[in-house]
Design a protein around this ligand. Structure first.
Ligand SMILES: [Zn+2]
Length: 442
């Protein structure tokens, strides 16, 4: 997306500050700036939000260029009408037209610089330990991220972290699971001390050999394979020898995989993007909403998805939503010898149509598609042949909940090198924010 902010725009903002003549709140400042900078911004909000964020950041009005600019539409419209015909308005039109002409000649940058802002949060989330059923550490990391972004934060009996934003209006449950696939030591070979294990979630036998895991007490193990084996879980063992005759790790401890996140241009490579990247989409959406919404939102960071959608089940029973949305990863069809799947990396937010556990109601699918079309968000339709998400559990709560899913296209799922495109992540955030910031009329 193109941005058109420069010194002249900053000057205008400074002028608004001056003209106000009295202390002005950040909220009021945002509203006025939006009105001045964003003619027809309703249709081009990506551009104007980007401008405003950058501009406000430049003059030190907001500490972070991405925070607190949603839910101001009605106020901005009022101001916009009042400003038409004024000197400030004329100045804005002159600058805007000049910039549009310039931008038309210039190629758009490949990555919006603001995308990079998400990387530290993504790294923190994917590298935090939290196999299914043992989400206590990742829950605290997420709780810290959302502490100032919700009106109410609770943890239910199963361990879901549930954050309410807004009150009144339709209840929407947004679920992103915070557990990751892992394993559990089940038996120690008496002589060698090698550990046998069972899985927590869908481990892929073809990717286990040589991987490192970390047990809850910090012990690092190496997964290895017996001669000629490697197809079934029973062919593998975990080496936790300290070399001094001792084997500290007791049977019954859970372990998660170890791997650092890497960024390669637009691409992010990490373990547990399934579904920590969904958690990032939810957290960033909360940040952009800044508690402004006409709806009653429940952001649930769910537990035990990888072992059977268990957290989503209790979250939905507790919240009793009118609508459910899962945010999760999906596969892609753009790998060598990939299966036939329409979704590809870099193609935008994937709007689920169907998977083995969920047939998305037409009204929900159309609601998402129309939002993308109205806001110029890149999107693709997702038809997933294997696997499902929290939305499958939510749809069957109580007397039934119309549910959909926004998916992040991902390569190499359930390996320690899951790969996503940051542009797709941004598109998912834009879509979810757009859906939740507006009145829902399904
Ligand atoms: Zn998942």
């Amino acid at each position: 997306m193109a941005t058109m902010i420069d010194d002249e725009h900053v000057q205008i903002i400074m002028r608004i500050l001056r003209d106000a003549g009295e202390p002005i709140s950040n909220r009021e400042m945002e509203t006025q700036t939006r009105a001045v900078l964003g003619e027809k911004w309703k249709r081009s909000w990506q551009i104007t939000n980007s401008c405003i964020r950058t501009a406000l950041h430049s003059v030190g009005v907001v500490s972070h260029p991405r925070r607190g600019l949603w839910g101001l539409e009605a106020q901005a419209e009022e101001k916009l009408a009042a400003l038409e015909g004024s000197d400030i308005w004329a100045e804005h039109i002159r600058i805007r037209d000049a910039k549009r002409a310039q931008n038309a000649e210039r190629a758009e940058p490949e990555t919006a610089p603001e995308s990079r802002d998400l990387l530290p949060m993504i790294k923190k989330l994917v590298e935090t330990w939290g196999p299914s059923g043992y989400e206590h550490r990742i829950r605290e990391v997420i709780r810290e991220e959302v502490a100032d972004l919700a009106d109410d934060i609770t943890v239910d009996g199963l361990g879901n972290l549930i954050c309410r934003v807004g009150g009144g209006g339709p209840k929407v449950l947004i679920a992103a699971h915070m557990d990751e696939i892992g394993l559990m030591a089940t038996y120690q070979e008496p002589e060698s001390g090698y550990l046998r294990f069972s899985k927590l979630g869908g481990l892929r036998a073809d990717t286990l050999n040589g991987n490192r895991v970390q047990f809850e007490d910090g012990t690092v193990g190496v997964i290895a394979v017996q001669n000629g084996g490697g197809k079934a879980l029973g062919d593998f063992f975990i080496d936790v020898q300290a070399g001094s005759g001792g084997n500290a790790t007791p049977v019954g401890q859970p372990a998660g995989f170890m791997r650092e996140m890497q960024a390669r241009g637009q691409r992010i490579i990490a373990k547990s993007l399934d579904d920590r990247i969904g958690c990032v989409v939810a957290i960033e959406t909360m940040r952009r909403l800044a508690r402004q919404t006409p709806n009653e939102l429940y952001f649930a960071f769910t537990v035990q998805e990888e072992v059977g959608l268990r957290g989503a089940k209790t979250a939905a029973q507790g919240v009793k939503p009118d609508i459910g949305i899962a945010i999760d990863v999906t596969g892609s069809g753009d790998q060598i010898r990939g299966h036939k799947m329409q979704v590809k990396l870099g193609g935008g937010a994937a709007i689920k149509v169907h998977d083995p556990g969920l047939i998305v109601p037409l009204a929900i699918k159309n609601w998402m598609v129309k939002r993308c079309q109205a806001d110029g968000i890149p999107y693709q339709l997702e038809l997933l042949a294997g696997g499902t998400t929290d939305a499958s559990a939510i749809q069957m709560a109580d007397a039934g909940v119309p549910s959909g899913c926004i998916s992040i296209p991902t390569r190499y799922l359930h390996t320690t090198s899951e790969t996503v495109d940051i542009g797709d992540v941004e598109a998912c955030i834009d879509l979810l924010t757009g859906l939740l910031a507006n009145n829902i009329t399904i």
